[in-house]
Write a protein that binds this ligand. Structure first.
Ligand SMILES: Nc1ncnc2c1ncn2[C@@H]1O[C@H](COP(=O)(O)OP(=O)(O)O)[C@@H](O)[C@H]1O
Ligand SMILES: [Mg+2]
Length: 208
């Protein structure tokens, strides 16, 4: 079976994931690759509907319900978008994937990591990514970017969660970035320097 490549960008809000996902897509397309850029939660019609429930500040969601909503959205996303694209030999870039659930629902909400990992495996049919970039930004820069962004629009449900929760999530990403198989990205670097680092790894993977 011909197989494409699956590249994941992870990290806290405003660490630069979406910026780099877009740059990487453009770079790959410039080299003739067929690229699907997708995101979680979301990526399909059903998953985008689940995303709305998850991010609506009016919703009071139990952490276990939240976990299942993320995983149900992921199952649909994996089956409808990611697996068929990989089978067709495309490069799939996902802005967030399973590690986000480890960080937010595991470390952040305090659900057992083992449970999160088990559900992640079920929801993804055991799919493993080829590269996982984990963005890590200093708290000071995180606060600065947050101030700027909240001036433009109000916070969503996750963004308005307690400061303690968000601190646990940011700390989780620092820990997770150092784990085996993860590529730590210093989100404080310039866009161009981060892109260079990402492209070096991607070149090595795809052999161009
Ligand atoms: N390397 C960088 N240096 C400075 N600002 C950046 C950098 N990367 C992204 N930004 C800016 O920071 C904000 C968050 O970036 P974004 O890519 O949307 O992050 P995320 O997708 O992780 O939430 C945006 O305003 C973006 O323009
Ligand atoms: Mg983003």
């Amino acid at each position: 079976m011909k197989r494409g490549y699956f590249i994941v960008l992870e990290g806290p809000d405003r660490s630069g994931k979406s910026t780099q996902a877009k740059l990487l897509k453009e770079w790959l397309e410039g080299r003739g690759f067929s690229v699907i850029l997708t995101r979680e939660p979301g990526g399909t019609k059903i998953s985008e509907q689940v995303r709305k429930i998850l991010l609506d500040p009016k919703n009071n969601i139990e952490r276990l319900t939240e976990l299942f909503l993320y995983e149900s959205s992921r199952a649909q996303h994996t089956l409808e978008i990611i697996l068929p694209a990989l089978k067709a030999g495309k490069v799939v870039i996902s802005d967030r994937f399973t590690l986000s659930t480890v960080a937010y629902q595991g470390y952040g909400r305090g659900l057992p990591i083992k449970t999160v990992n088990t559900l992640n495996t079920i929801a993804t049919c055991g799919l493993k990514s080829d590269l996982i970039f984990v963005f890590d930004i200093p708290d000071r820069i995180f606060a600065e970017r947050e101030r700027l962004a909240l001036k433009l629009s109000g916070p969503d449900r996750i963004e308005s969660a307690s400061a303690a929760f968000r601190k646990r999530v940011n700390r989780a990403y620092k820990i997770l970035a150092g784990k085996q198989g993860m590529i730590r990205i210093n989100g404080a670097l310039s866009r161009a320097n981060i892109q260079k680092e990402i492209i070096t790894r991607v070149r090595r993977l795809i052999g161009v």
